[in-house]
Ligand binder design. Structure first.
Ligand code: FE2
Length: 288
């Protein structure tokens, strides 16, 4: 299957070939969607946020392969805040940090796009609105944002999953807008997608019940499809259909792999109230 890779259109409008590639694979890689300067500006802002962050105030280690965070109030309350999550590999067996705090973070989430003006500006614009419309989103709103670090040597793998497991609606409308803030390739843990498998239904649902997250298996049929690495030079936008299975490997390189991921929900579909992500009722949802 041909790789769904194109040079980003300057106005965000997708060509018929781009729309076809997205429909066929569940992914679309648009190189040069954001300028290097724009990536540097949000990375610099992130560095300021990290400088002001005191790791002693949190204890949440985010491990995609562990469920510890699913009962953690700091994580569960982060839907409408800017919170910091630590990388398990950054600590020794006694819980002491092995690296400096800027190298110990797994991610920052989940409302950078609404609470920080620099991230707000990066997350919105007529180009993104056009791209969202061209992949069929009718009334998209930005539900969450994550700055994902994938630290050199310790950035952990993220197993195969579908984003709609966590951000569910009926019908599924969750769509990932994943920006490479640095060059991402197979040595520092770029995305790897299972092309075409977004047409095989949702395999797992995550529900927020009685103060904790529980997962329900919906379908035990294994995915079939062709795995496709999606290397992304700095400034690339990778669109991810909410049902598209994807993963990333551990970062085995000496380079970090900063990425900024937005997830949109289409208000033309019904948001599932048992999603984990909660927002203050006074914090209005906004689109692109
Ligand atoms: Fe994901």
């Amino acid at each position: 299957m041909r790789e769904p890779r194109f040079t980003a259109p300057p106005d965000g409008r997708l060509t018929a070939d781009m729309r076809t590639a997205y429909a066929r694979t569940g992914f679309l890689v648009l190189e040069g969607y954001r300028s290097a300067a724009a990536c540097d500006a949000v990375s610099a802002r992130a560095a300021d946020l990290i400088a002001a962050f005191d790791p002693a105030t949190v204890s949440t280690v985010f491990a995609a392969d562990s469920n510890a965070h699913t009962r953690d109030a700091y994580f569960l309350g982060s839907g409408d805040k800017i919170r910091f999550f630590l990388e398990p590999g950054a600590f020794d067996a006694a819980g002491r940090p092995r690296v400096a705090k800027e190298r110990a973070l797994n991610k920052i989430g989940h409302a950078l796009h609404d609470l920080d003006p620099v991230f707000d500006g990066f997350s919105r614009g007529a180009d993104l609105a056009a791209t969202a419309a061209d992949i069929g989103l009718i009334d998209p709103v930005l539900m969450q944002s994550m700055l994902i670090f994938k630290q050199p040597r310790i950035g952990a793998e993220v197993g195969l999953h579908q984003d709609a497991t966590f951000l569910h609606s009926d019908p599924v409308s969750c769509t990932g807008f994943w920006f490479a803030l640095e060059d991402a390739d197979e040595s520092n843990g770029c995305l790897i997608g299972l092309a075409g498998a977004h047409r095989q239904g949702l395999k797992e649902r995550s529900h927020f019940v009685d103060g904790r997250i529980v997962k329900t298996r919906l379908d035990d049929t294994p995915f079939t499809g062709v795995e496709m690495a999606l290397p992304a030079p700095k400034g690339t936008l990778v669109l991810l259909h909410g049902l598209a299975p994807h993963r990333s490997t551990a970062n085995s390189s000496d380079r970090s792999r900063w990425a900024y991921a937005l997830h949109a929900h289409d208000r033309a579909t019904r948001w599932s109230d048992d999603n984990w992500l909660k927002r203050d009722a006074g914090m209005a949802l906004r689109g692109f």
